[in-house]
Ligand binder design. Structure first.
Ligand code: BES
Ligand code: ZN
Length: 653
């Protein structure tokens, strides 16, 4: 039983605050302001009642203990009371142990406050209700995190590149900030923050704040984030980290063995910032640095303000995967500046960002590269939409449809979202659409909004200003209907035509394309080549590809992500050793889940998945562990099928 279980008993005095629903406490007077004036919509993934009281500033004072794998200390909130009748501050927590809660009285004295921690909900965590009858301007919570905090990963020195110091990092999106700071953990609330963090003197600590490239490594660090951010952008990392400059305002933080290589791969970062600024206005966050994490980082990247967190799996030596930096940087406008008010409007962050990412890629690396990335994403969407429930194919999701905000449909929020904006761009023309988007980022800067607010703004500033370009019905179909609207513009990637011909020729004749052709292929062409192969191949065919291209054992995660599931489906056991090594080394969910999904379909595969997972688990992040564990637990394997008939190749877009 975890420690937090001891805290579950609610104080009788706050019984009303101990239920799991977020209805107002019985007997509470009607809200002071009429509902129409209440800007803040309740977010179903948070217990916070931000329409009554909102955090405007957070001050953290934390001890970071690598041995205990905990953060402990105080969080002090500055509060804006909006409802004069409110008597409680409700915060989100998950697996936190709360030691003390105090409120500052009118005389500046800290007085204890009563509080209760409700039973833990698997998705939402524990509602934390603090009794604040005096509507204190400042409240302070003393707490300790659990070593199993869902938003933190603690790595022993042996699991790092340099093997000298332990490492830790946070991943707060979607709703994991609450596992390391008690907060109103909803993007509808924005606040400034400061932090003081103490740890062992040889470890460097960084946050999503004003990191100083020249900071002395002494175990005592202070941070300020003067711009208002939502909780999912709270971030911290600590370990053996060194800095490599990229430009005046940007650089790379990484373990010493990785820093130079990472700086080379990300050398175009300043050009990316300038490109985005030209399109959408000044970069408003001062520095833009990139932190390269260990391979267990569960995502490709995370747009923590001023300090993007990035997986090392994109460092492949030829800059072919740096669209990840374009993406996380783009969030400095779409997401960090204009933020979705709740996860059900995730496309406002990810769809806009994927669109901007593609514009940066086009400006820096050319239209062919940008088109290839669009085709890959849209092919994935078409495949994914065969199984995604219709209500999750809708951009403006309805309340209640997205149960676990970690499991939204990426194809919907990223690809359909970006496709919608590409549709608008084509219809209105670049000049007008670029001006519109720039105006949108300015208009909603440092605010959290929902899809309706975007729709209203677009109606007034795009559709009405340029009539007869897009009908309201066509616009609404993108936002509120499942599937791909009939108005979706198509794209052809010329370079994929060559790949398609080469693949077809090989499938027909067994003749592989000559090195003169494949020698110029980048990650995207190889990804497209593999994605267009039949669902299964004969082991001899896989062996022929391996002999020519060495897919098995590839250091490129994007290729591994596609090749290993094909190998598993085809019963190509020669790849098993490399598959095990890949799944043990990398913890990025997107890269490894497709292989686990194939493995668990047969008895032999499931046995391998179990064996690999047992070895890999200590190094996986809690988010990855949760996903893989679920796949294994819910597996219904069949005996491996006999030799499979070759299927038709998938058509290219
Ligand atoms: N904000 C996301 C990561 C995220 C999304 C974390 C939802 C938790 C919940 C980040 O910007 C992102 O989109 N990362 C992608 C990068 C890719 C699209 C270049 C990823 O991790 O794959
Ligand atoms: Zn993103």
């Amino acid at each position: 039983m975890r420690r937090f279980a001891l805290l579950l008993s609610c104080l009788a005095v706050v019984a009303a605050g101990c239920s799991n629903e977020s209805a107002p406490s019985p007997g509470a007077p009607a809200p002071a302001k009429p509902a129409a004036k209440m800007k803040v919509e309740r977010d179903e993934h948070s217990y916070a009642e931000a329409d009554k009281v909102a955090i405007t500033d957070l001050a953290l004072d934390l001890k970071l203990d690598f041995d205990a794998k905990t953060l402990s200390g105080t969080a002090t909130y500055t509060l804006e009371w909006k409802d004069k009748a409110a008597k409680q501050l409700v915060l989100d927590t998950r697996d936190l142990s709360i030691d003390k809660v105090e409120g500052e009285d009118a005389a500046g004295q800290w007085q204890p406050l009563q509080y209760g921690l409700a039973k833990r909900d698997d998705i939402l965590g524990s509602k934390f209700t603090i009794e604040t009858p005096a509507q204190n301007a400042h409240v302070r919570v003393t707490y300790t995190t659990s070593p199993e905090a869902s938003g933190l990963q603690w790595l022993d020195a042996a699991m790092t590149e340099g093997k000298k110091l332990p490492f830790m990092f946070s991943q707060s999106q979607q709703i994991h900030a609450r596992s390391w700071v008690p907060l109103q953990d909803t993007p509808s609330v924005r606040y400034t923050y400061s932090a003081h963090v103490a740890t062992r003197p040889d470890a460097m600590v960084l946050m999503s704040a004003d990191n100083d490239p020249k900071a002395a490594r002494d175990g005592d660090y202070s941070f300020k984030m003067p711009q208002k951010i939502p909780s999912y952008l709270m971030a911290i990392a600590a370990g053996d980290l060194v800095f490599e400059p990229l430009s005046q305002r940007s650089g790379v933080w990484a373990e010493p063995a990785m820093a130079k290589k990472a700086a080379k791969e990300f050398e175009d970062t300043e050009k990316m910032i300038e490109t985005a600024e030209k399109l959408y206005g000044p970069y408003r966050w001062e520095r833009y640095d990139i932190l390269v994490l260990p391979p267990s980082f569960p995502y490709g990247g995370m747009e923590n303000p001023r300090l993007t967190f990035a997986t090392p799996t994109v460092i492949v030596g030829d800059k072919s995967l740096v669209s990840l930096v374009a993406h996380e940087l783009a969030h400095s406008w779409s997401g960090n500046l204009v933020t979705f008010a709740s996860a059900k409007d995730a496309w406002l962050n990810e769809g806009f960002t994927s669109y901007v990412e593609n514009r940066i890629v086009e400006a820096l690396y050319g239209k062919e590269q940008a088109d290839m990335e669009r085709v890959i994403a849209r092919n994935e969407l078409k495949a994914e939409f065969k199984t995604v429930a219709p209500n999750l194919q809708v951009l403006a999701e309805k309340p209640g449809d997205l149960k676990d905000p970690d499991n939204s449909s990426a194809s919907t929020v990223y690809t359909k979202g970006a496709w919608f904006l590409q549709f608008l761009e084509e219809r209105f023309g670049r000049a007008d659409f670029d001006a519109f988007l720039r105006g949108y980022f300015d208009h909603f800067a440092f605010q959290s909004i929902n899809s309706q607010q975007f729709a209203d703004y677009a109606k007034a500033n795009l559709l009405a200003k340029h009539p007869d370009k897009v009908s309201q019905a066509d616009f609404d179909a993108w936002l509120y209907e499942p599937g791909i609207p009939p108005t979706a513009p198509q794209v052809l990637a010329a370079r994929f035509g060559i790949v398609d011909s080469a693949r077809l020729a090989w499938l027909g004749s067994g003749q592989l394309p000559p090195p003169a052709i494949t020698g110029a292929w980048s990650t995207h062409e190889w990804v497209h080549f593999i994605e267009g192969l039949p669902a299964t191949l004969k082991p001899e065919q896989l062996a022929q590809l391996d002999a020519a291209y060495r897919f098995t054992g590839t250091a490129n995660g994007e290729i591994a992500q596609r090749w290993y599931p094909l190998a598993v489906r085809s019963g190509y056991a020669q790849a098993n050793e490399a598959i095990a090594a890949f799944l043990e080394r990398v913890g990025r969910r997107k890269l490894i889940v497709p292989t686990y999904e194939e493995l668990v379909k047969t008895d032999a595969g499931l046995a391998l998945a179990r064996q690999v997972f047992a070895k890999a688990k200590p190094g996986y992040h809690p988010i990855t562990t949760g996903t893989v564990q679920k796949l294994i637990d819910e597996a219904k394997p069949k005996a491996a099928p006999a030799a499979q008939p070759a299927a038709e190749p998938k058509p290219a877009t």
